[in-house]
Design a protein around this ligand. Sequence first.
Ligand SMILES: CC(C)(COP(=O)(O)OP(=O)(O)OC[C@H]1O[C@@H](n2cnc3c(N)ncnc32)[C@H](O)[C@@H]1OP(=O)(O)O)[C@@H](O)C(=O)NCCC(=O)NCCS
Length: 324
Amino acid sequence: MHHVEIKRRMGEADIAAISVLLEAASIADGHRALGEHQWLDLVQGGREGFAGFVARESGRERIIAYAQISGGNGASWAVEYVVHPQWRSAGVELQEDLLSAALGEIAAQGGGHVHMWVPKPGPINDAVARAVGMRRGRDLIQMRRALPITEESAVISVRPFRTGEDEPAWLEVNNRAFRDHPEQGSWDLATVTEREYQPWFDPSGFLLHERDGRLAGFCWTKVHEPEDDLMNAAVMHQLGEIYVIAVDPDFQGHGLGRQLVLAGLASLCERGVSTGMLYVDHDNEAARRLYFSLGFVDDHTDRAYVTDVPAGGAGQPPGALGGA
Ligand SMILES: CC(C)(COP(=O)(O)OP(=O)(O)OC[C@H]1O[C@@H](n2cnc3c(N)ncnc32)[C@H](O)[C@@H]1OP(=O)(O)O)[C@@H](O)C(=O)NCCC(=O)NCCS
């Protein structure tokens, strides 16, 4: 038996208890259990549209699964969930109850479009998603390559991002280049500022290329903490990410994207990175071809499951959920 409890605000004790579960899942999976946005939602104690769902074995304190929702971006919601490694083979019921509670809360808060990212999805994730009425959406591929690149180097000039100055021009190019992208295409000043406050933010690795006094493209890199790459910690390689890269549509198709990748990877190397990594939509043909041609190979896939939840829908009241 288990029960699911909803938490609309997170205290320090809640975050600590959830962190124990996340840590166990991270070690088992070899990657962080929550995405960056979702981790920020959790540690910031919950903002509007946030709720956490904690599943415990009945009569016990230990958290065996956790889900969270965050919204507020129009009627668009994100759901993530994590199950303790020892409870993954217990069937789909625990996961189904957790996600039903999450979707029920979204319905109660007015409903909307929901997406749920699952790293390295397997058949059980497809089954759970189906059981709660979600369908498969985007597949995001993580690609990697060893650094440095010795065959080729960037010949364009780049300069570091200037915090407090470059945001408007950067936002314009980012939103133009990613205009059809569901997560990257509608950033605003608050979104960038939030990233600038992150401990990993380093303007020296956020490279801009200008042409005729205009921002033409950028490559924003991120050096990961060594423990992020849990599976490979023993071999001591340092992971660095091409976090966001784009060329303004007016300048695409002239070799600038390739140059910016090379400049970004060189910058990562200067900061001690030995493995370059990035995420790309499986159907982003231009970017996929570019990365393949630079020696990147597929590492694994993350999958989004999606659904549209009607307002006040059929979600069960959290707390009333339980399973054998
Ligand atoms: C991906 C992107 C950065 C590439 O920049 P670009 O300056 O247009 O690319 P380049 O001119 O340097 O092209 C390099 C290679 O990319 C591939 N490529 C670029 N545009 C392509 C297209 N429209 N179709 C297929 N392949 C394409 C080709 O392999 C090309 O090599 P080639 O010229 O030898 O054929 C750019 O298209 C962009 O900003 N897209 C929107 C944002 C985005 O998707 N970012 C990547 C997220 S992971």
